[in-house]
Design a protein around this ligand. Structure first.
Ligand SMILES: [Zn+2]
Length: 212
């Protein structure tokens, strides 16, 4: 008698649930699976001949296969959410800059209020709100990278330049940049993937035009 044997990949589901499928772009069912090679006899899997490998997530709708991280994937923010994330991030990093030289000056608060207003089409960031925001930034252990994390992917080159310019204004409001202020300025630019040459260009342009 003729015996037909071979091997075959089998995907085994170990878990399932709902996720935002990047391909379907809506909530769908997923299966969490691993792959294993099986020995087959007449095409029927008899026993596994490899370890469990290639853990992955498969969309039950479109069959797209993803890395396990896809479970944490969040759909793109809509305009309104983006706007509010941007404003939140801006408030926090401007406050970080106020605190960079360890002293809070009225001049800095006025400049932050003014710059925020300009960068957000007339949204208010009052002295009172700034003082509250300063207190929460002081308490928090978040750094500029963490404050910009959510919004960063949505910032275009123009936005990024504006953010760096705004940080520079606040830092130099008392007439000079101290070491911590420069450090924070460079860190901000680095987080935004701007090269030192780019930053230098932006700031040179700023010094020449003495912004209005
Ligand atoms: Zn899908």
């Amino acid at each position: 008698m003729f015996i037909l044997f071979g091997t075959r990949d089998r995907a085994v589901e170990t878990d399932n649930g709902q996720f935002h499928c990047p391909n379907c772009n809506v909530k769908k069912e997923y299966g969490k699976k691993y792959v294993q090679d099986w020995f087959t006899l007449f095409f029927i899997p008899i026993f596994p001949i490899s370890g469990k490998k290639n853990d992955h997530i498969e969309c039950k709708e479109c069959q797209s296969i993803y890395h396990l991280d896809v479970i944490d994937y969040k759909p793109a923010l809509n305009d309104e959410e983006m706007e509010s994330e941007y404003q939140k991030a801006l408030k926090n990093i401007l406050c970080l800059m106020i605190l960079a030289d360890k002293k809070v000056e009225d001049e800095e608060i006025n400049i932050v209020s003014d710059i925020y207003n300009k960068l957000t089409n007339n949204k208010k960031f009052t002295k009172n709100q700034i003082e509250k925001n300063l207190a929460s930034v002081k308490k928090s252990t978040k750094n500029v990278k963490e404050y910009l994390k959510e919004i960063k992917p949505y910032l275009n080159a123009g936005h990024r330049e504006l953010v760096v310019k705004a940080m520079y204004y606040v830092a130099s409001s008392d007439g000079h940049l101290d070491a911590n202020e420069s450090k924070l300025l460079i860190k901000t630019a680095t987080v935004l993937d701007m090269t030192p040459a780019h930053v230098k260009g932006v700031l040179t342009e700023l010094d020449q035009s003495k912004i209005n």
